[in-house]
Design a protein around this ligand. Structure first.
Ligand code: CAA
Length: 286
């Protein structure tokens, strides 16, 4: 999602340092933003000049120290609390004391991430939806110590990006995933229990409930590893067995079938080499 976030920031005229530990990931991210901008030009939604200006605002880097110059840092790493806490601890040392430190986490506690930095009042959740350039919502999550000034600045930034911020309080899964993930999980149970094939489950929700895509195709878009990680947070932190991840979901992740990004999930997206993301998720699930 980092590339999508960089895309919308750059289109809004904001300079972006796009940071990842792997150069290859950065190359793919910039290529994906570039091809999406070209598509927008082809559709007449952007001029060539606007698209190339946006692309030139994105500076890829493998060095987190670029955060020293940032007014806002948006963390969009894998849904792994240890990794995110490390990133926040590092960014907390590098960034200016009045920078806003935001996380795009899907379910991890903002209050907990804020505990890793010297200014927890400057930490907030900025939860973009996938695909970021298309979806209107940013779920803005206030941690226990988030200040009004941080919340106001963040919602204003969302509006500058052409998005609609909706503010909620820090609680497991916030609102978006507390409501969405049980539906996805139940759809996976329907497949596991032989009630219907994935295509039929999706068609029922798409044609019968007017969802833009069925829950299993959506899970494939989000990433099955991400869905599993979110359900585990809900189950552990809310302590209610109703959030128990469906065993089939865990098996799919263990097999490296992560959805679109690995080429196969509940639906097929064309064969791909097993990706590093798939290998990491297999290890984590095992
Ligand atoms: N990146 C950028 N743009 C994309 C895109 C992507 N990955 N996928 C589709 N689009 C664009 C298309 O180019 C098209 O743009 P134009 O209108 O300019 O032509 C537009 O979106 C519509 O796309 P399509 O016509 O190809 O297909 P569609 O009408 O079926 O829409 C969809 C695709 C936007 C993904 C739609 O199916 C949809 O809204 N699905 C639901 C997505 C959703 O629920 N997202 C939230 C997931 S939860 C989450 O992200 C948070 C979390 O923590 C898990």
């Amino acid at each position: 999602m980092g590339s999508g976030i960089a895309h919308v920031l750059a289109l809004a005229g904001i300079d972006v340092d796009l940071v990842d530990v792997e150069r290859g990931v950065l190359d793919r991210a910039v290529a994906s933003v570039s091809s999406e901008l070209r598509r927008q030009v082809a559709k007449g939604k952007l001029t060539e000049t606007e698209a190339s200006a946006a692309l030139s605002r994105i500076r890829p880097s493998t060095d987190l120290r670029v955060a020293a110059g940032a007014g806002v840092v948006v963390e969009a790493a894998t849904e792994d609390v240890g990794l995110k806490l490390d990133i926040f601890a590092n960014v907390g040392e590098i960034a200016s004391s009045d920078a806003i430190l935001a996380s795009n986490t899907s379910a991890i506690s903002i209050t907990r991430l804020a505990s890793a930095v010297p200014r927890p009042d400057r930490v907030i959740g900025m939860h973009f939806m996938n695909p970021v350039p298309v979806m209107q919502l940013v779920e803005v999550i206030r941690g226990l110590q988030t200040s009004d000034a941080t919340a106001d600045h963040t919602t204003a930034l969302c509006r500058d990006l052409g998005k609609t911020p909706v503010t909620v309080n820090d609680y497991p899964g916030f609102v978006s995933n507390r409501v969405l993930m049980p539906m996805i999980n139940e759809a996976v149970y329907c497949v596991m229990e032989g009630v219907a094939e994935p295509g039929a489950v999706d068609q029922i929700m798409k044609l019968g409930m007017a969802h833009p895509m069925g829950p299993l195709r959506l899970a494939d878009l989000i990433g099955l590893d991400v869905c599993l990680a979110i359900l585990k947070v809900l189950q552990r932190d809310l302590g209610d067995p109703k959030y128990r991840p469906c065993p089939l979901l865990a098996r799919m992740v263990a097999a490296g079938r992560l959805g679109r990004k690995s080429g196969q999930g509940f639906h097929d997206y064309g064969a791909k080499e097993p990706s590093p993301a798939a290998a990491r998720a297999r290890q984590a699930a095992g």
